[in-house]
Write a protein that binds this ligand. Structure first.
Ligand code: DP6
Length: 352
């Protein structure tokens, strides 16, 4: 009788506050700079994945929200090969375990956020897949070790192996063994931190990140300055701001890094534009809000698309979400709290 083995796990979405943009090795997905992200609340945004394997399955197969995909892309194949080779090691060490490493895998994934929301789902997807297969294969589940496999699936996915505040250390070894995610602080460390996503557009990105970042690496002069001078300093400063729960510094670095990332995109040849006019209006609004508050109480950041993620502290929610609801309520979105727009506080003299 051929049995079916299965295990289930989840993977959260992470949003970088210090952006990964550029690969020094595109096969191993080794980055040109270290990066930092915040993992968003799983109750609202996560991929739920069940991995199963059986000798009676015909081939490796993936389902995402009910649609079937073959698991034959180079990156997926690499991730599964790594997981299978770890399982073989486990089987060799423990002869009583069933020999399942070579069985075809069926991976069934479901996102609890609308796929059309334009959110980066590949990080959550790879993280969930790797956690589920690691559980199925009874692999040692050190998150940093698994992050090295996730990294090969999609760079930013390595950070989704942890909750809270996460750093992806770029490493310097050619084989990538030291290019892994580590936790800077867990979610409980800074419970006041909140995030809101404004869905400016749910269209597919203009230029996919993988090809966009390679264009930047090869054509932008500004890029060398970013990876050599700007990011290494910011990486240290941002980790310190997180550990000290220093919101103004964290927020300023986050906004500056989003600006720097979009500048090297514009400096690529031909240029890459991810922000649109609505994104620029959101940037302006957050700057005006901070100016009128007399201190930085909100930060914007944009990935490879026009959608905004706004970080703020809960104590300032009535101002930050109040203003966003006032001016951008026509946009879809997601908030890590249940804010009632009736509680909005808009300064009378607000300059818009
Ligand atoms: C702008 O991780 O999607 O979101 O490694 O080629 O799969 P690949 O790229 P990906 O790039 C993410 C880029 C970013 C910044 C970030 O998340 O750090």
């Amino acid at each position: 009788m051929s049995e079916i083995y299965y295990a289930t796990s989840t993977g959260p979405v992470n949003i970088a506050t210090l952006k990964y943009w550029g690969k020094r090795d595109k096969d191993l997905n080794l980055p040109t700079n270290s990066s930092i992200s915040v993992t968003l609340d799983q109750a609202n945004l996560r991929t739920l994945t069940t991995a199963s394997c059986s000798s009676k399955f015909d081939n490796d197969q993936l389902w995402i929200n009910g649609a079937t995909y073959p698991l034959d892309g180079a990156r997926s194949k690499q991730v599964l090969a790594d997981l299978r080779s770890l399982r073989k090691e486990v089987e060799n060490e423990n002869s009583s375990l069933p020999k399942i490493a070579t069985f075809p895998l069926h991976i069934v994934s479901e996102n609890n956020f609308p796929t059309a929301a334009g959110l980066a789902s590949s990080a959550a997807g790879f993280a969930a897949l790797i956690s589920a297969v690691a559980r199925l294969y009874k692999l040692p589940t050190d998150a940093s070790e698994l992050s090295k496999i996730a990294r090969k699936g999609s760079g930013s996915a390595c950070r989704s192996l942890f909750g809270g505040y996460v750093a992806w250390e770029m490493g310097d070894l050619a084989n990538g063994e030291d290019s892994k995610a580590v936790q800077v602080a867990d979610k409980k460390h800074w419970p006041d931190m909140k995030a809101a996503i404004l869905v400016v557009s749910d269209m597919k990105k203009d230029v996919p990140s993988t090809s966009g970042m390679q264009l930047t690496v090869h054509t932008s002069d500004l890029f060398q300055h970013r990876i050599k001078e700007v990011v290494p300093k910011r990486f240290i400063e941002m980790k310190k701001a997180i550990i000290e729960k220093d919101f103004p510094t964290f927020a300023e670095l986050t906004m500056k890094d989003s600006n720097s990332f979009h500048s090297v995109c514009l400096d690529s040849y031909p240029p890459i534009f991810y922000l649109n006019d609505t994104s620029k209006r959101i940037i302006k609004l957050i700057n005006l809000l901070n100016e009128s508050a007399g201190k930085i109480i909100a930060a914007y950041t944009f990935d490879a698309g026009p959608n905004a993620v706004i970080y703020y502290e809960e104590k300032n929610e009535k101002y930050v979400l109040g203003l966003l609801h006032q001016f951008f309520s026509h946009l879809g979105g997601w908030e890590s709290s249940s804010f009632d727009p009736k509680n909005a506080v808009i300064p009378e003299s607000f300059p818009l």
